[in-house]
Design a protein around this ligand. Structure first.
Ligand SMILES: *Cc1c(COP(=O)(O)O)cnc(C)c1O
Length: 408
């Protein structure tokens, strides 16, 4: 027994003990969650909080959505893992439903978002060599400044965030970084060896950065014209968050590859996928790519239920309606502690006036008032409640933000 921690609260003790044996690659807010239902989470002291982060949109359907839990529990009672060495009786239905949701031919299932991004990069390179005719090892991919596509060595190598990138080199070659929101910059970076343009239709980790209207259409058009793949990382922006199934839908644009993750696992387990047509995703040959857990029957059962929930359109409608409501409430705080408000569906990035503290300060003060949010890049706070949230709860949460900004 460590006597120095005896006098601490349960929360402080658990945080202290966790730190003894946990690598410090995160700096969590000081709350220890022990249970949750829908939009509410409860900590070890019995305090309740409204979840306005939703695990970075992995909880779009709320915590423990009954139908998703039922799908998982039912599947756990029958079969959880086969590996792709064998077929399982769940994967086909999931692939068919997800392909239909995306309007594409093929699905390549993985687990985490970063794996979906890696898969998209490999697909684009193989397509460049085998279909487009790019010389071996010369393929290039155009990416955007401010991007966040995950944490693998290849992905952080084309990040322009020093915290993500520095210390983990050498970076994988083959990427060209251009300004986000500027289609002309993408076009200028394209050459005969360009395989793909990889962008987030709305940049999430950068602070919910919404590109100028017409950007996605212009990217689609120039990719087609230059015979370059358009890869949309919809891992955070997709699956209902912005009021449409995909953020690309906002401009009526269809990319060559969708990268999906986060909410695809229904808040229960990691499920990701790359979705595209046969002429692109068909480039993989057996044995060239895979994952032990990718496409496991438990993931497929939950993922299928997620696709079915999205098929009703209910969550997209809620995100649209509640998003308008949220924008109205947040706009009232402009000049009263907020310097900028960016809203897409039920997803907001707000910039905090420096005099009111940092984004982290605001997140800490909101925590005391029973609201969970996460800061990003200094002055920004991100708001992404489960799409199941009630308007009244959203209103209460923004009222807490107003109070926190009023009295730093
Ligand atoms: C979260 C995220 C990823 C990485 O997903 P992980 O499951 O954390 O690997 C990739 N792209 C975007 C846009 C994301 O938001």
């Amino acid at each position: 027994m460590n006597t120095t921690t005896d006098a601490l609260t349960v929360t402080a003790r658990l945080i202290h003990d966790e730190g003894e044996h946990l690598a410090r690659n995160y700096d969590p807010l000081p709350v220890v969650v022990s249970s949750a239902e829908d939009v509410w989470v409860t900590d070890v002291e019995g305090r309740c909080y409204l979840d306005l982060l939703s695990a970075y949109s992995a909880l779009n359907f709320g915590h423990r959505h009954p139908e998703l839990v039922a799908a998982a529990v039912d599947q756990i009672g029958r079969l959880t893992l086969t590996s792709r060495a064998f077929h399982n009786d769940r994967l086909g239905a999931f692939a068919a439903a997800l392909a239909e949701l995306c309007g594409k031919d093929l699905v390549l299932p993985m687990n985490t978002g970063a794996e979906a991004v890696e898969t998209g990069i490999k697909a684009a390179r193989a397509w460049a060599y085998r279909v487009k005719g790019v010389p071996a090892d010369a393929a290039r991919i155009v990416v955007a400044a401010g991007n966040f596509h995950g944490r693998t060595t290849t992905i952080v190598g084309f990040s322009d965030d020093p915290l993500a990138r520095d210390g983990f080199g050498p970076p994988t070659p083959g990427f060209d970084i251009v300004a986000y929101g500027d289609a002309g910059a993408i076009e200028a970076a394209i050459n005969d060896n360009t395989a793909a343009v990889l962008i987030e239709p709305i940049q999430g980790e950068a602070g919910v950065i919404i590109p100028p209207e017409g950007y996605l259409r212009a990217v689609r058009e120039l990719c087609t014209r230059h015979n370059v793949l358009f890869i949309a990382d919809e891992i955070q922006s997709g699956l209902g968050r912005v009021g449409t199934t995909f953020a690309c839908d906002r401009e009526g644009v269809v990319p060559d590859l969708y990268l999906l993750g986060k909410a695809l696992g229904g808040g229960i387990l990691p499920v990701s996928a790359v979705v595209g047509d046969r002429d692109v995703l068909g480039v993989f040959r057996p044995g060239e790519h895979g994952s032990t857990f990718g496409g496991n029957p438990l993931a497929a059962a939950v993922g299928l239920r997620v696709v079915e929930l999205l098929g009703t359109g209910e969550f997209q409608e809620r995100a649209t309606a509640l998003g308008h409501h949220l924008k109205g409430l947040l706009d009232e705080l402009l000049g009263h502690g907020l310097t900028e408000v960016r809203v897409a569906g039920l997803w907001a990035g707000v910039d905090v006036e420096a005099s009111r503290g940092t984004g982290r300060d605001v997140a800490l003060r909101l925590l005391e008032r029973g609201v969970l949010v996460k800061d990003t890049h200094g002055q920004t706070v991100r708001i992404a409640p489960p799409l199941t949230i009630q308007a009244a709860d959203l209103g209460w949460a923004v009222e807490q933000l107003r109070l926190v900004l009023q009295a730093p």
